[in-house]
Design a protein around this ligand. Structure first.
Ligand code: SF4
Length: 367
C-alpha cells in the first residue's frame, strides 16, 4: 500500500519530501494542495513536473479515491462512491442549496445498527472511519465545487450560495456517528478549525445512542442534533430499529432535550414515512397513520423541534412501500395542527441512487 501524504503530520511530510532530495518548502506547498482536496500530485501546478510524476508514483495524496461520481439532472446534487486505502467503500453527497453548499458525510464503512428500512446496514459494519477519512470527504466536495479556475484561492466558507466552498456539514451518511464518537468529534473540530465551518452549520444525526449524546453534551460545542426517530411508540420502533431494545424513546428524548437545552438549539427529528404491501398489493401504512401522527404530536408538543418527514425511498432489498402523497400531507397536517413544526424533506438526487448505502451496496455486488 502506498503511503498517504494527507495522513502525515507536517514533520513526517517534510521528512518524506527531503528524503526525495527536495527542499523543505516543497512540503508546505504540497500540504496546501492536499488541504484544498488535490486528488493527485499531477494537479499541483507550482511543483516541478518531475516531482509531480515521482510523487504520484510513490505515494497516494488523499485517504479516499473517487470510484464513481453521479450528477443529478438538475445539477444540484453530486453523489460520490469513494474507496478507502484498504479497499472499503463509502458514500458522500454534495448538495448545492439556496443557503450554501452542504456535504453529507459517512462516519463508518457499513453500519451495525440494523435499521430495517436502510440499505447501509445490509452488509453489516466493516469498520469505523478515521478522522482523516471523514475529513477527506469534505475535501472531495470542495475540490468538486471549485472547478479549475478557483482551486488556487484560499478556502473561505461563509454560507453564501455564490461562494464555491463547503459551508454546511451533515453527518448523516453511512454509519452511526455515535458508535465512532471520538473520530467524529475529531472531524468536527478539524472542519471548524481548518475549514472555518461554524458549529451551527454542522448537524449530527443519530439513531439514539444515549451515551454518545451524553458525550456530545460533555464536549460542549453547539452543533445541531438530529434524532432518527421513525416511530412514535416503543412497540413500533422495536420492530424497525434494534437500537430501541437498548435505549427506549423516553431515554433518547431525555438525552436530546438535555443537549438542546444546553445550547438553546432546535432539535431535528427525522421520520421516514413507511408503508407495506398487503396480499392484494395495496399499500398499508406502517408508521404513518392518523394515530401514529397523533402519538408523535403528543411526544413532541411543547418541544423546540423540527420534524423532517421523509417519504420512503425504494430499496430493492427492503419490503416497505412508499405512502401516497395524500397520506404524507395528512400526517404533516396533524402535526402542524398540534403546533409541531414540520416539513416534508425535499428529495435530492433521487435520479442518482435511490437511498443512502445503495451505491456502495451495488458496487459490492458488482452492479
Ligand atoms: S439508518 Fe443510520 S443507523 Fe440505521 S442502519 Fe442505516 S446508517 Fe445505520
Amino acid at each position: 500500500m502506498k503511503p498517504i501524504l494527507f495522513n502525515m503530520t507536517d514533520g513526517e511530510l517534510e521528512q518524506f519530501i527531503t528524503g526525495m532530495s527536495q527542499p523543505k518548502f516543497r512540503a508546505r506547498q504540497i500540504r496546501d494542495w492536499l488541504q484544498r482536496g488535490a486528488p493527485t500530485a499531477a494537479v499541483m501546478k507550482n511543483l516541478p513536473e518531475t516531482l509531480r510524476r515521482d510523487l504520484d508514483a510513490v505515494a497516494q495524496m488523499q485517504p479516499v479515491r473517487i470510484v464513481k461520481k453521479l450528477e443529478s439532472a438538475d445539477g444540484e446534487t453530486t453523489k460520490f462512491l469513494l474507496e478507502l486505502a484498504d479497499g472499503e467503500q463509502i458514500e458522500c453527497v454534495l448538495m448545492r442549496t439556496t443557503y450554501g453548499n452542504s456535504v453529507c458525510v459517512s462516519s463508518q464503512a457499513g453500519c451495525a445498527m440494523g435499521c430495517r428500512f436502510c440499505a447501509s446496514t445490509l452488509l453489516g459494519l466493516k469498520r469505523n472511519l478515521t478522522t482523516d477519512e471523514i475529513f477527506a470527504q469534505i475535501l472531495v466536495a470542495q475540490w468538486e465545487l471549485r472547478g479549475d479556475a478557483m482551486r488556487d484561492r484560499p478556502v473561505r466558507p461563509n454560507g453564501d450560495p455564490n461562494n464555491n466552498d463547503v459551508s454546511h456539514i451533515v453527518i448523516m451518511g453511512t454509519g452511526e456517528p455515535l458508535q465512532n464518537t471520538e473520530n467524529v468529534i475529531g472531524f468536527m473540530e478539524r472542519a471548524n478549525r481548518e475549514m472555518g465551518i461554524g458549529w451551527r452549520r454542522i448537524t449530527l444525526s443519530t439513531c439514539g445512542v444515549v451515551p454518545g449524546i451524553n458525550d456530545l453534551i460533555k464536549w460542549g460545542r453547539p452543533i445541531n442534533l438530529a434524532i432518527s426517530l421513525h416511530a412514535p411508540t416503543d412497540e413500533l420502533r422495536d420492530q424497525i430499529m434494534p437500537i430501541n431494545h437498548k435505549y427506549k424513546i423516553a431515554d433518547v428524548m431525555a438525552a436530546a432535550d438535555a443537549f438542546t437545552a444546553l445550547h438553546n438549539r432546535q432539535l431535528m427529528i427525522e421520520y421516514i414515512l413507511l408503508g407495506r404491501r398487503d396480499q392484494d398489493g395495496e399499500t398499508v401504512l406502517f408508521n404513518a397513520t392518523q394515530q401514529h401522527a397523533e402519538k408523535l404530536a403528543q411526544l413532541l408538543t411543547g418541544k423546540n423541534c423540527m420534524v423532517n418527514l421523509i417519504p420512503w425511498n425504494a430499496v430493492d432489498e427492503r419490503d416497505f412501500a412508499s405512502p401516497s402523497g395524500n397520506a404524507v400531507h395528512r400526517f404533516q397536517d396533524t402535526l402542524i395542527k398540534s403546533g409541531v413544526h414540520t416539513r416534508i424533506r425535499r428529495e435530492r438526487g433521487t435520479d442518482i441512487g435511490s437511498a443512502c448505502g445503495q451505491l456502495r451496496l451495488n458496487s459490492a455486488r458488482g452492479k
